[in-house]
Design a protein around this ligand. Structure first.
Ligand code: MTE
Length: 334
């Protein structure tokens, strides 16, 4: 996320990630492999394996050790098998991530190795029939996993195409057993600064919090992710449980969820609280509504040299535009 230092937080400039200093991932990874660059947080630079091999080894190692590995690969949902663009190479996706708990730059893939993905539990509370805390493996095994290929568009104007595995967000809401009066679903990431040093940066409003309306959560596109590229996801993607809302900017897709709260009050979300002039609650993709500091008309396709036009609702208008009818007064696109 690109941040202009909000006066109240006085974010140090060195912690922002301007596109102008975007570092080519392959060059960086090669530098790490060759020992010429020591990745922040890395115990030691790689010496022998090629950079790409090291990344894939990491991703596959975490997947193989996952207690739900036997559930993969899941069956492809035919309705979402083709995103109209080639799938982003796994190594490109796995080395270009926003996960501020592990650093406010993109190359957090090694730092995220510290994420302790087990034991892990998810608490369901607020306006639910009964509050409960459920072990992650019990939760995942109670769901029917499927694979979906989705476009993923960050507010920073880059995009990827990712084969996710998981289950519909609506199934998670059903699992929570909300009261009829609940209007919003709120998600929270873990909070543990010892494990995730980014959370020692006091100017961020930890824990990372996101939310959607219950109506949005019931739309078929909303997806709870447990895996990527046909296996349990690596830590940097937000293991062991994250959200993906393909019609919204990527910051809505919260990672490493530990709490799901049903409420009738619209939540204050992480980026909205940090920079309310730039990020809001709805954050639907719209090429005609620019970010205050850059255009949203086009997007850079990661792993390629392409820049392509951005589509309204990231090309998913047919499925979701109806959710926002009659809401023209709302700030739907920031
Ligand atoms: N969730 C948490 N907990 N922490 C984060 O920093 N970054 C968000 C979102 N979810 C973030 C998060 C942003 S800005 C984006 S674009 C996506 O995750 C990035 O997901 P990716 O790394 O899988 O591409």
């Amino acid at each position: 996320m690109l941040i202009k230092a909000p006066r109240a937080w006085e974010l140090p400039e060195r912690l922002a990630t301007p596109e102008s200093v975007y570092l080519n991932r392959r060059e960086l990874a090669k530098g790490i492999a060759a020992g010429s660059i020591i990745a922040a947080g890395a115990a030691a630079p790689f010496s022998s394996a090629s950079a790409d091999d090291a990344v894939i080894e990491q991703v596959n190692g975490q997947a193989a050790a996952d207690p739900t590995a036997d559930l993969y690969p899941a069956q492809m949902n035919a309705a979402y098998s083709d995103a109209g663009r080639p799938i982003t190479a796994e190594v490109d996706n796995a080395t270009y991530n926003n996960f501020y708990e592990f650093g406010s730059h993109k190359q957090i893939w090694q730092r995220a190795e510290d994420l302790q993905r087990r034991p892990w539990a998810v608490t369901f509370d607020g306006m639910v029939e009964e509050e409960k805390t459920v072990d992650i493996d019990t939760l995942i095994r109670s769901m029917q996993l499927e694979e979906r290929v989705y476009r993923h568009r960050c507010v920073e104007a880059w995009s990827m195409v990712i084969p996710w595995t998981g289950f519909p967000l609506s199934a998670l809401v059903d699992f929570a057993r909300p009261l009829g009066s609940a209007k919003y679903v709120v998600f929270q990431t873990f909070e543990d600064p010892d494990m995730a040093p980014g959370q020692s940066q006091f100017w961020y409003p930890w824990p990372y919090t996101e939310g959607v309306t219950v109506a949005e959560a019931e739309n078929d596109l909303g997806f709870i992710v447990t895996g990527t590229y046909g296996k349990p996801m690596a830590n940097q993607f937000g293991a062991p449980l994250r959200l993906h809302l393909p019609w919204k900017y990527g910051f809505k897709s919260i990672k490493s969820i530990v709490r799901v709260t049903l409420t009738d009050e619209r939540p204050m979300t992480f980026w909205e609280e940090l920079v309310p002039s730039e990020y809001g609650f709805w954050a639907n993709v719209n090429p005609e509504v620019d970010h205050p500091r850059w255009s949203q008309a086009t997007e850079r396709v990661l792993g390629t040299s392409d820049r392509i036009p951005t589509e309204l609702y990231n090309g998913y208008a047919e499925q979701v535009a109806g959710l926002y009818e009659g809401m023209e007064g709302e700030r739907l696109f920031l």
